[in-house]
Ligand binder design. Structure first.
Ligand code: MTE
Ligand code: MO
Length: 541
């Protein structure tokens, strides 16, 4: 560097520093906007924020994920993406300031982030390889060039004596200053173009998966050969108490738990399911029409998430339509271990690379394990696994309920650990007997007199036989149970409480059909589900 150069760059004044930071932010914004636009042409999952977010989710320790779900609920994914953007903004500012001194190196720094995004996209379980790296690489390339150009505007011009007399463009501006007008022009043009690219990307990604949406819209579910008990559940189910949840959980309010930052949109017409692995003497590849052509059964099954805390919301009951998984497996030659089959674990794989392992014995023991394609009278919603998912009564979702399923492999528990098991969760996880008070809500202030206490209790595939309520430290009193639909569904219960003034705590516990009383022992969700009694504290006025 010559003395002249040093003088030309000079010390960074606050305005110039701010301009550098702005150059970094504009370049980072351009990089992300272009990357998102390119990802709509590749596939939405290949965008850098989604790819890095997915990689982060997979590497998040279970305890942190639990904390995130507890604090942000299903908004945890949104918070994660905001966090990634905040980190990127921080580094963009840093690079923008660095570029004031080191024009080439600072601009090239943007490429490092592109490489991180590309690496994340190329190593996702559902990656398509090279094409998935394009959004990050192209975005970072644009960002780096833009930062280099903006940095040029930020460089101090030579003093007037050094400038050639023909530089008419600079006439009228003080010599030795940087090119403010040029900087502002390039930066605002870039910001405008990036906004355009971002908006275009958004609208294109909104229409991505149009084939999938059309295939779902066109789908008319055939009538099941074997319908569920009664149109709206057996009489008595649904005590109709304000604040109590309905027997069937509407799709719109059914809980959603998965690792997908972008919900997979699978076209049913091109969907295939492969069944293969140990003991599969007749491997099979099924189309959606093949499934529709089989005998369909309709069953009410309560689904529970292992991450559900005592009193928590991650449990729902739906009317599913699907084919009996055991029949399909039998046709493929699969035998359960109790009949000499070599495979004791069924691993389901989704289009987004999730793997979920269930005991073959449970799936084939006569319970209504389903490949479900309908939920509460409509095709599966995309959020809940369209076109096909598994549902197995009595097992937590993470060991049974694979959404967007595309592959079933018969293997052993010794040979393969699926996604959640590798992260510290249990290999086998039958649903623990649970019960929840839905009304009154915690810290409610009901009037003295008769207060209807109500909620749900579940012990899928064993059945609920009794629900009891305890007021403060009093005796356990029997709640009124709605008639049982099947032993695979939750039961609604209610209890008319003669409430007296003052603070009270209400506690619930259930007894399943094996006679086992729900345990009072508190356990956290990891590794195989929370336990303990649910209590609600209220003040009676
Ligand atoms: N592909 C895929 N399937 C999945 C999951 C997932 O993350 N990805 N999560 C599982 C878990 S932990 C649960 S509890 C259920 C939840 O199903 P729902 O979102 O339809 O309620 O889906 C299961 N199937
Ligand atoms: Mo779950």
């Amino acid at each position: 560097m010559t003395d002249d150069d040093k003088k030309a760059r000079g010390p960074a004044g606050p305005v110039r520093l701010a301009a550098g930071a702005l150059a970094g932010l504009v370049s980072g914004f351009a990089a992300i906007a272009v990357a998102e636009l390119v990802s709509t042409a590749v596939r939405p999952q290949a965008g850098p924020v989604v790819a890095v977010g997915g990689a982060a989710i997979d590497r998040t320790p279970a305890a942190v994920k639990d904390w995130a779900v507890r604090n942000f609920g299903t908004g945890d994914k949104f918070v994660l993406q905001l966090g990634i953007l905040a980190v990127l903004a921080f580094f963009a500012v840093a690079l923008g300031i660095a570029v004031l001194r080191f024009r080439r190196a600072g601009a090239a720094g943007v490429l490092v982030f592109g490489a991180v995004g590309a690496a994340a996209a190329a190593t996702r379980p559902d990656t398509r390889g090279f094409t998935d790296t394009l959004p990050s690489l192209v975005g970072a390339g644009v960002g780096a060039v833009l930062l280099y150009v903006l940095a040029g505007r930020l460089e101090r011009r030579r003093p007037a004596t050094a400038a050639t007399p023909t530089t008419a463009a600079t006439a009228g501006e003080p010599a030795g200053d940087w090119d403010r007008r040029g900087f502002i022009a390039v930066a605002s043009a870039a910001a405008l173009a990036s906004t355009g690219a971002g908006v275009l990307g958004r609208s294109l990604s909104g229409s991505s998966g149009r084939g999938a949406v059309a295939s779902r819209d066109r789908l008319v579910l055939p009538a099941p050969a074997s319908p569920a008990p009664a149109p709206a559940g057996p009489p008595g189910v649904g005590p109709g108490i304000p604040g109590a949840v309905p027997f069937l959980t509407p799709n719109g309010s059914f809980y959603r738990v998965d690792t997908a930052l972008v919900v997979p949109k699978v076209d049913a017409t091109t969907w295939r399911l492969r069944v293969h692995g140990r003991g599969v003497t007749r491997p099979l590849t099924l189309s959606f029409d093949d499934l529709l052509g089989r005998e369909l059964i309709e069953r009410d099954i309560t689904l529970t998430c292992v991450s559900n805390e005592v009193g928590g919301p991650y449990v729902g009951n739906a009317r599913w339509i699907g084919v009996r998984l055991a029949d399909l497996l039998t046709e493929c030659g699969v035998k359960p271990p109790s009949r000499g089959g070599p495979a004791d674990q069924l691993v389901a794989r989704s289009v987004d690379g999730m793997t979920i392992g269930s005991p073959v014995e449970d799936v084939m023991d006569g319970r209504d394990a389903l490949l479900a394609l309908g939920m509460n009278g409509e095709p599966l919603p995309f959020d809940h696994g369209f076109p096909v998912r598994m549902v197995v009564p009595g097992l937590y979702g993470f060991v049974s309920a694979c959404k967007w399923i595309q592959d079933i492999e018969l293997t052993t528990f010794d040979a393969y650990d699926p996604y959640w098991v590798r992260r510290g969760w249990a290999r086998r996880a039958p649903v623990k007997t649970g019960s929840r008070i839905d009304t009154p809500k915690p810290f409610a202030r009901p009037e003295a007199g008769t207060v209807m206490v109500a909620g749900v209790a579940w012990a899928q595939h064993r059945g609920v036989d009794r629900v009891e309520i305890r007021v403060d430290d009093g005796p356990w009193q029997e709640a009124r149970l709605a008639a049982e639909d099947t032993r695979d569904t939750w039961r609604q219960w209610s209890f008319p409480w003669q409430a007296t003034r003052g603070g009270h705590s209400l506690t619930v516990r259930a007894t399943d059909r094996t006679g086992a009383v729900q345990t009072e022992r508190r356990a956290r969700t990891i590794p195989d589900g929370a336990s303990g009694w649910h209590s609600v504290v209220v003040t009676v006025d």
